[in-house]
Design a protein around this ligand. Sequence first.
Ligand SMILES: N[C@@H](CCC[C@H](NC(=O)CCC(=O)O)C(=O)O)C(=O)O
Ligand SMILES: [Zn+2]
Ligand SMILES: [Zn+2]
Length: 380
Amino acid sequence: MSDTLDLACDLIRRRSVTPDDAGCQRLIQERLEALGFKPEWMRFNDVTNLWARRGDNGPLLAFAGHTDVVPTGPEARWSSPPFEPTIRDGLLYGRGAADMKGSIAAFITALERFVDRHPDHDGSIALLITSDEEGPSVDGTVRVVEVLEQRCEKIDWCLVGEPSSEARVGDIIKNGRRGSLNGRLTVRGRQGHVAYPHKAANPIHLLGPALVELGARHWDDGNEAFPPTTFQISNINGGTGATNVIPGEVDLLFNLRFSTEWTAEQLQAEIVAILDRHQLDYAIDWTVSARPFVTAEGALVEATAGAIKEATGNAPTLSTAGGTSDGRFIAPTGAQVVELGPVNASIHQIDEHVSVSDLDTLSVIYEGVLRRLIAPPSTS
Ligand SMILES: N[C@@H](CCC[C@H](NC(=O)CCC(=O)O)C(=O)O)C(=O)O
Ligand SMILES: [Zn+2]
Ligand SMILES: [Zn+2]
């Protein structure tokens, strides 16, 4: 068994359903301390965060990730128990195998080889690990970044181990992400009897045409760095449960993933204008859970692409598609941020898995990134 696989299995055995870390970070801390990293616990409410650094000088290369995992869903539907790592046909099964305990294991083994070969590396290396990525993301990476900013500790390059790959490991580097805007809308009508609609105002009927317009709207074509902005309704609730009552209100949750063609504020104004045009009586609450960020080609993208080419023979494509990530908290500090991890086909699913050989490839890629960015010139 490879070291990376071994460690990935040890991490999967820990039932770290968000925000519980279940001892994963203690394991990581022990391995890092043996390499000369200085660990620092940053606990906020029920979230465990680990910041561990080796070296006092810049530039600082940080690996970032999370030990929390999403709930398993019905365990009986798994082919093997989700917290018992199991290998079948070259694949490692278990909750978190791909998202993202496999990447964390690959970080550690890459660091072990790198520090052994380059004990006097340039600059510094750090790990930023949280147990609040899959949850509300309020006491995790964002809080660690606040602490680092307060003490002027600056990350120059950050590699997030989210499962970025699509068809084969290393085919995609995520070099940014779209923004995410949530709206919570309540449309008010007047409750009444379904047989006497003229004495009521049905908020579901009133909302309908506005929803059609919002759903059909073409927001933008995206741009060179971003896919188009999308609008999706995630929840709609209205009604008393009775078949003969027109409800007084309807509640809607919607989300926009937006490119840099819009700001969150412009989108809010646009949606308010649509709702007003439909003359709705409504209240709306907004949450901007991510602003778009992008890392232009530069030292980190080049080092990551070079390490992938060396390890796999293939050149990666840059993408900002999909969801958002904790990179949204790190990029605004001025750090270059990329995401590179295993194939994401089974993340959050029943029977989540990762290719065993991909774990070793990832570890080699991460070591290649370290070598390109902070190995002393004579040895890189
Ligand atoms: N619940 C949190 C964080 C939500 C982050 C989530 N990210 C992904 O699902 C990653 C998927 C991918 O790699 O494309 C999301 O985008 O919703 C919050 O809302 O703050
Ligand atoms: Zn993840
Ligand atoms: Zn996830």
